[in-house]
Design a protein around this ligand. Structure first.
Ligand SMILES: Cc1ncc(C[n+]2csc(CCOP(=O)(O)OP(=O)(O)O)c2C)c(N)n1
Ligand SMILES: [Mg+2]
Length: 326
């Protein structure tokens, strides 16, 4: 998922899409710091929705029992996609949940940048001094959709949104900085402009990256391909394009030379194509030839082309990895 990046250099662990998993990972990493006598403190961020996950309870309990140097930071923005806080918990407030585990806890105005800074700073000091974890509940409001497929206008009361928009933390902090003369007229606008410029530049740079090679689908996950994947994808280079209603095509070719080794076709008009493929094999065609020569608007021939393109790593409907076992 696009938002789940990580950085080894900055000690930023990739979040996982299943809600709550990072909470137990943080408690475990905290335990490791303690065990290895490292001077690190770790902080884990999660939403109000995550407080209903079983990992939330396991993580807080483990952290409290083993006094791990972990900060549990809950961003309570009142919504878990379209589920309101009132349907999320029977507890009067989320910070109460920490009491049951015997954790120091603090509830703060999450739209107050300085309050967030101080709460985290104090929790980090406690953790460094061996005092164990702290639970922080930062209260805010989700003033946008959960994702691009969410439409909060269908469930968020307009009145609430308007009220919270007035408490925008950045505008508030700007006002504070102006009141203290840290910022002078127009300076905030200039800073915002420079951030917009920097971010837009980074976005255009990121958009120029081509997609990762298809085989990283497995090589990024396994150091040794498990037998069932080896069996399915490792024996020959091959590509599949599958559309259940139209048929099935698999192109097998040698990765090093691109030479065509065979094609499997299942489909209602497969017979018409078999002679064409036989001829291509007879002529010692390569997968590249196949990718170029079969042009037709029939579905099955198109699939052959797609499958050949897949073997060349350029298919639109790419399905499998191409790998040779010598
Ligand atoms: C274990 C698990 N269950 C359900 C989901 C589906 N899901 C994705 S986000 C989400 C809500 C999370 O709540 P919160 O972090 O408060 O979300 P936000 O404030 O961004 O709406 C759910 C239930 C999931 N990703 N993982
Ligand atoms: Mg939320």
């Amino acid at each position: 998922m696009p938002g789940l990046f990580g950085s080894k250099q900055y000690r930023y662990v990739n979040p996982s899409a299943p809600i709550g998993t990072q909470i137990i990972q943080a408690a475990g990493a905290g335990f490791a710091h303690k065990y290895l006598k490292e001077k690190f403190v770790n902080i884990v961020f999660f939403g109000d929705g995550a407080t209903s996950s079983s990992d939330f309870h396991s993580g807080l309990n483990f952290g409290a029992v083993f006094k791990t140097p972990t900060i549990f930071f809950c961003q309570n923005n009142h919504w878990a996609i379209s589920v309101p806080l009132s349907k999320q918990t029977g507890a009067a407030s989320l910070v109460d949940k920490a009491s049951g585990y015997g954790l120091p806890r603090i509830q703060i105005d999450g739209n107050d940048i300085l309050a967030v800074y101080h709460a985290v700073h104090d929790a980090a000091q406690r953790a460094r001094a061996g005092g164990g974890p702290t639970f922080i509940e930062a209260i805010t409001y989700r003033a946008g959709p959960h994702t691009s497929s969410d439409d909060p206008t269908r469930f968020q009361p307009k009145k609430d949104l308007e009220k919270w928009k007035k408490l925008d933390p950045i505008t508030r902090f700007e006002k504070y900085l102006y009141s203290k003369n840290f910022l002078k007229n127009g300076h905030a606008k200039e800073i915002r402009g420079s951030f917009d410029y920097e971010i837009n530049n980074l976005i255009s740079k990121a958009e120029k990256y081509s997609p990762p090679p298809i085989n990283t689908l497995f090589s990024d996950v396994y150091s040794n391909l498990p037998w069932h994947l080896e069996e399915a994808f490792g024996t020959y280079p091959r590509a599949m394009t599958q559309m259940a209603e139209d048929g099935y095509v698999k192109v097998i070719a040698d990765k090093a030379t691109g030479q065509l080794l065979g094609v499997q076709i299942i489909g209602s008009d497969a017979l018409n194509l078999i002679s064409e493929i036989a001829l291509a094999l007879e002529m010692g065609a390569t997968v590249e030839d196949l990718s170029f020569t079969i042009h037709s608007h029939l579905t099955l021939p198109e699939m052959i082309m797609e499958a050949a393109d897949a073997a060349l790593n350029k298919a639109i409907h790419q399905v499998t990895l191409v790998k040779v076992k010598k």
